[in-house]
Design a binder for this molecule. Structure first.
Ligand SMILES: NC(=O)c1ccc[n+]([C@@H]2O[C@H](COP(=O)([O-])OP(=O)(O)OC[C@H]3O[C@@H](n4cnc5c(N)ncnc54)[C@H](OP(=O)(O)O)[C@@H]3O)[C@@H](O)[C@H]2O)c1
Length: 291
């Protein structure tokens, strides 16, 4: 299959494109910028907010399938500049969805746990009500709505707390800080579903050629706080030189309100008997081994 990927030079995009090629697919990589220091195979520049450019690239390459991973992912940047967030995550996704819908090209849109408000105390299913409390979450939800309205053949894939070897993720930052610091305070009252980009990419690839369109939660199994994630990251990496202290989210300085509890349940995959994602601890170990 010929698969066009947006955001191909991002943390998820790099892993996804490499896996797609390993599986024998032809990949059209598209992104806004090159990432310094990374050797990325041939890719095409594409700004998803440019309607004509999106139409032209899809009509030129005629992909069998599109994975739309490009997004403005700096949550605080989106909070400070909501117009930018809605332009990239809303309008940009509208552009992709409109062309895929009109050409009947199946589309995977990567969305987020930030579409929920975090007031639940048990994991969110695909049937729970969305209610974003940040502009990042609101703009990604706008993207979901455009995809639902414009594309019949669509997968909306909500994921969370992503990390991968080609990105500046939370576990990567913890390991980096441990090189120079002896103590760090991390929040205990933010609970989520840490997810390895490789496991997400493996699940996305199963969607290619599948007719089971819909909204799916795709995260590693289990849940933890940021504090637990930091502690286990150091433990699995065998790092003993940095002590992790606890703090509350209210003590953490950020312009963005984050959901206090955004654990996702892979309910659609469970109902289909296809839920076999590894635990977050096993996935984290794989990430550490690959570093
Ligand atoms: N990271 C997480 O924890 C997380 C959690 C839930 C969902 N997600 C979703 O998962 C997807 C992948 O996330 P990621 O962490 O891999 O993000 P990432 O590393 O930031 O990759 C996103 C890519 O999109 C590009 N991009 C930004 N604006 C664009 C534009 N106007 N046109 C074309 N490309 C543009 C970025 O380029 P620049 O870097 O040059 O801006 C970047 O290469 C995103 O849709 C994100 O919303 C992420």
């Amino acid at each position: 299959m010929k698969v066009l990927v947006t955001g191909s030079n991002g943390m998820l995009g790099i892993d996804l494109c490499a896996l797609l090629e390993l599986e024998g697919h032809t990949v059209i990589r598209t992104d806004l910028n090159i990432r310094e220091g990374l050797a990325i195979p041939q890719w095409l520049p594409l700004d998803i907010t440019d309607t004509d450019a999106v139409t032209a690239i899809i009509d030129t390459h005629k992909p069998d399938f599109v994975v739309h991973g490009a997004a403005a992912t700096d949550v605080d940047g989106c909070e400070r500049n909501p117009d930018m967030a809605y332009r990239v995550n809303g309008l940009g996704t509208w552009n992709i969805a409109a062309v895929c819908g009109a050409r009947d090209i199946p589309l995977v849109y990567i969305s987020t746990d930030f579409v929920f408000d975090g007031t639940k105390t048990v994991p969110y299913t695909e049937f729970d009500k969305t209610n974003p409390i940040s502009h990042y979450g609101g703009s990604k939800l706008a993207g979901e709505k455009f995809v639902s309205e414009l594309c019949h053949k669509r997968f909306i894939v909500r994921t969370a707390w992503l990390y991968g070897i080609n990105g500046n993720s939370f576990p990567a930052k913890i390991l980096e800080l441990a090189k120079t610091r002896t103590e760090l305070s991390v929040v205990t009252d933010e609970i989520g579903s840490p997810t390895h980009t490789l496991d997400l990419a493996r699940t996305i690839i199963l969607m290619i050629d599948s007719p089971l369109y819909g909204t799916y939660h795709v995260v590693n199994a289990g849940q933890c706080s940021r504090y637990e994630l930091a502690k286990i990251t150091l433990e699995l990496a065998g790092v003993k030189s940095m002590k992790i202290n606890t703090m509350c989210a209210s003590q953490y300085s950020s312009p963005t309100k984050r959901p206090a509890y955004s654990v996702l349940r892979r309910y659609m995959l469970e109902l289909q008997n296809r839920d076999n994602l590894p635990t977050w601890q096993a996935a984290l170990q794989e990430f550490i081994n690959l570093r």
